[in-house]
Design a protein around this ligand. Sequence first.
Ligand SMILES: O=P(O)(O)OC[C@H]1O[C@](O)(CO)[C@@H](O)[C@@H]1O
Length: 448
Amino acid sequence: MQKQVSLDISGLQHFVSEQELDEIQPMVQTARNLLVQGTGVDAQMNEWAKLPANYDHVEFDRIKAAAKQIAENSQILIVIGIGGSYLGSKMAIDFLHGSFYNHSFDGKHPQIFFAGNTLSPTYTQDLLNIIGDWDFSINVISKSGTTTEPAMAFRIFKQKLIEKYGIDEAYQRIYVTTDAHKGALLEEARQNDYETFTIPDGVGGRYSVLTAVGLLPIATSGGNIDQLMQGAMLAYNDLYDTDFGNNDMLKYAAYRNILYRKGITNEILESYEPHMRYLAEWWKQLAGETEGKDHKGIYPSSTIFSTDLHSLGQYIQEGMRNLMETVIEVDSSQSDLYIPRSRENLDGLRYLEAVSMDDVNKTAREAVALAHSSGGVPNMLITLKDNSATTLGYLIYFFEFAIATSGYLNGINPFNQPGVEDYKRNMFALLGKPGYEDLRDSIKKSPH
Ligand SMILES: O=P(O)(O)OC[C@H]1O[C@](O)(CO)[C@@H](O)[C@@H]1O
């Protein structure tokens, strides 16, 4: 039976030997065991790994009820969050509903727009204009409850909500997803009696898509969150398999690290499907924040092909040889098309008249793999069975597990992000946040 997600490494045959795989295998197993047994550094942040088998079913039902309520009284849901607090739901909505979800409003599922992931007043004002007179609700998501971008956006969109509905109804249209115990957002939610969902302890932002962080917006879009969790559970069962030969997650972690240790330090996640653009954005945060520390780590980047073949294709084919590619392909495309027949054949496309567009797309993928491989770029292929929520749930867990394993394999803490905290502190100091006066003074004195 075809698995939801499978890895093909035939594009590595000129780059990695079986012996190298044998050599790294015990280290990958050790890294995997650190994760599964909870004996690695910062192991209390491993709770995401147990979510498929052990999530809060009462909250899950509340999420579904809230999604229904939002769909009943709103044409628009504004999801406020940044990083892991929005990328997972954005990528899932695009993956499940295609590139034009917001343009195909069916009256049943609200349009979903994202705010608080930028400090741009232009973007924010444009979004306020889009809301106009439509009925809307807000889902504000922040684990820390103090991140500047979502906090500012929340004030702005909350004000619009209050102006439109008055305080009482406005507060009923605010759904908060935050830490269970602390943070300014939790405090405000308690005081104003907003409906609140929890990001469980031990689940960091970039590992949180299978909690209310991702599930409430996804359910509001009509995405099947039962199937999503079932898919993650399938992965949980498969990936806990200690047999290396059966475990594509461990193989993916192994091969990308063999390549990395040979100086191939950049991984490009590639898809031939534009609706997977945000899947790559989500993966970039997952990989970048997990692995990029102590002056180590694979640099994660992404392209959408064939679009970017006409911009970055040249570099990938002939630029510096420090690139590896991981291609994600859907086995059975959601839709297919044939080009119309033309008697005149003025464009010379007759040879494609009997070929489906999906076949042309997949042939492009094959042609690129051959070209890049002969150009010195190793490539791996991840095949998804279909575009279902089950497959997406599997894929989410696949990447989370593989990337966390890679982190331990590289001897770093996969669960912190001290580098991001640096920028946040500097920004607080420069903007004059109380408590950051000393840092502000020292920044002002230091030569740039
Ligand atoms: O949910 P929060 O606490 O607002 O943080 C948002 C994002 O900011 C980061 O801390 C840094 O980008 C991410 O790890 C996190 O996903």
